[in-house]
Design a protein around this ligand. Structure first.
Ligand code: C2E
Ligand code: CA
Ligand code: CA
Ligand code: CA
Length: 278
């Protein structure tokens, strides 16, 4: 038994070492990718299911290498760990704002472009100035930009977070809570924070048509949000059946493969032309 324990310990430490060197290699590749501009922004359309209008676009980063895509679920955590998320996040913000400005100038005056904000970015002392600077530089009205934050952001330092959110709201930005329902924070923050929208996490949506517990949770979130005067958007809507259930519940917006996958810019422009007359 001792021998087995001993050898499994060695195997464990070897694979941990491998994991760490793989992470370091990927972080180094990411650094190079950022300077070589191998990163590209995709945009996933969001649909108002009560009136059929395209209301927004979520900015989702893609890392395209000669060997294929590397998922942001894999490299964003490394960017967060290494601090690369600060320059990368600024690049994402400026380019998402540029795209918003372009679409506004094309006549999509009310389109809202949402940007994912990592907790490390949110806590960075320069975050507010970076955001306001990007708005000024790209000449995009603040009401056309939404910042997606997770419940995790809120848990660090409550009073600083409240102040910062109020400052961002005062500029006119839209604010949403991403992955809503998966965090561990208390719901009381909802009455203190100037939030516009809840994004219901996709894990509750995938089986909303077959799983009674998921359906009960989604329905409760929709009622909670509506009673607080918030907009609700369901993520991960893959089927018409999901959409219909959400519509009956009174959820205003959806995002997911049913309506559109995240699109590169050229495809986005065609998609918008085909789906919206303006
Ligand atoms: P997220 O913010 O929760 O983004 C939603 C994810 O769900 C995206 O994955 C999107 O492509 C995917 N998705 C959308 N509709 C469907 C659907 O109907 N079914 C399924 N199965 N998936 C769907 P993606 O693009 O791989 O991004 C993963 C995560 O990486 C994001 O989760 C976000 O946490 C992070 N991320 C992506 N882009 C950025 C970024 O620009 N900045 C930061 N800080 N994080 C980002
Ligand atoms: Ca998001
Ligand atoms: Ca999400
Ligand atoms: Ca997520």
């Amino acid at each position: 038994a001792i021998a087995t324990e001993h050898s499994s310990l060695i195997i464990y430490s070897q694979s941990l070492g491998e994991t760490i060197s793989k992470e370091l290699a990927l972080t180094e590749q990411l650094r190079v990718a950022i300077s070589n501009k191998e990163l590209e922004l995709y945009f996933q359309p969001q649909l108002n299911i009560q009136n059929g209008q395209i209301v927004g676009l979520e900015t989702l980063i893609r890392w395209i290498t000669p060997d294929g895509f590397i998922s942001p679920a894999e490299f964003i955590p490394l960017a967060e760990k290494s601090g690369l998320i600060i320059p990368l996040g600024e690049w994402i913000t400026i380019n998402a704002c540029k795209q918003a400005k372009y679409l506004i100038d094309q006549g999509y005056k009310d389109i809202v472009v949402a940007i994912n904000i990592s907790p490390q970015q949110f806590q960075h002392p320069n975050f507010y100035d970076m955001i306001v600077g990007a708005l000024a530089f790209t000449q995009v009205p603040a009401k056309n930009i939404e910042l997606e934050i997770t419940e995790g952001v809120i848990m660090y330092n409550e009073s600083d977070t409240i102040d910062l959110l109020h400052k961002l709201k005062a500029v006119g930005l839209m604010l949403s809570i991403d992955d809503f329902g998966t965090g561990y924070s208390s719901l009381s923050y909802l009455k203190q924070f100037p939030i516009d929208k809840l994004k219901i996490d996709q894990s509750f949506i995938f089986n909303v048509n077959t799983n009674e517990a998921d359906k009960a949770i989604v329905s409760a979130i929709v009622d909670l949000g509506k009673n607080l005067g918030l907009t609700l958007i369901a993520e991960g809507v893959e089927e018409l059946e999901h959409l219909n259930i959400l519509k009956d519940m009174g959820c205003q917006e959806i995002q997911g493969y049913y309506f559109s996958r995240p699109l590169p810019v050229a495809k986005l422009h065609t998609f918008l032309q085909d789906n919206q007359d303006h």
